[in-house]
Write a protein that binds this ligand. Sequence first.
Ligand code: ADE
Ligand code: ZN
Length: 326
Amino acid sequence: KLSKAVIDSAPKVELHMHLEGSLEPKLLFALAQRNNVDCGYESLEALQKAYNFSNLQSFLDVYYAGANVLLHEQDFYDLTWAYVLKCHAQNVRHIEPFFDPQTHLERGVSFETIINGIDRALIDAQSQFGMSSMLIMCFLRHLDQESAFTTLELAKSHLSKISGVGLDSSELGNPPEKFSEVFEKSRELGLKLVAHAGEEGPASYIWSAINDLQVQRIDHGVRAIEDEQLMRHLAQIRMPLTVCPLSNTKLKVFEHMSQHNIFQLLDKGLCVTVNSDDPAYFGGYMNENFHALYQDLAMSASQFKQLLSNSVEASFASQARKLQLQ
Ligand code: ADE
Ligand code: ZN
């Protein structure tokens, strides 16, 4: 029988988590002080008041402001290491975190500074905890494709540290097809492909991510529910959806967790997974997301088991590693 204790102790995999979104207020203030950067908030209370989001954009404004305190390699190490420690405490054994290089390049931080800090923490995660990882570099979709190409060019000398590319930021008005060429180029370089689609955007954006970008996973994808044919297709090709329950309620994709459609999608045979998205901003990491499904949607033991095994199936880990994770 399922309980919070069973949820907490189960081995887990996380496939949709933005490192910049794991910046906890305490580390944010410490880095602001260490780097002599004005973080824009007087106090912890003032900062937490800003965490009252009405949609994706109102969150992104706060998320990009918070990222301003990240300047040096050690900052990116500390950020990533804090997330690794959380994962270890929650028995998360394999992670595929996202990072947004353009957010930092814009402020004069070099690509090397970012990637070396993150990579060193992921290497330590492997050696200290046996935690495996695959790093995913996201392009910001509110910027143009030219900027994404520049970013990909910078990444070329670090491809041993990067497993894939993704697409995030403001979805409405920035459909996947805007990035067809840079995704094609990424695929030629041997990178895995994922994209946010169907979070705030319509089901047609999910079709576009599949057909125009040839992604191997859809991040969010909850608006697939509006297109029966799409749902049948997603189920048939076992296209994974990396669903983020707490994120979706904080950003008002669903008014309340009791209205979340995750188990409707699961019942339709889709390869649905559970993830935290931006855990420092949305009220929790992996365990807290599962707790919410247990409390508000009466998640059963068999549903929990299915969600865990879907994450292993949907991961980019090697076949040998997947066997260990099952
Ligand atoms: N960047 C960080 N979190 C995001 C989300 N939920 N959607 C789009 N871009 C993001
Ligand atoms: Zn996301």
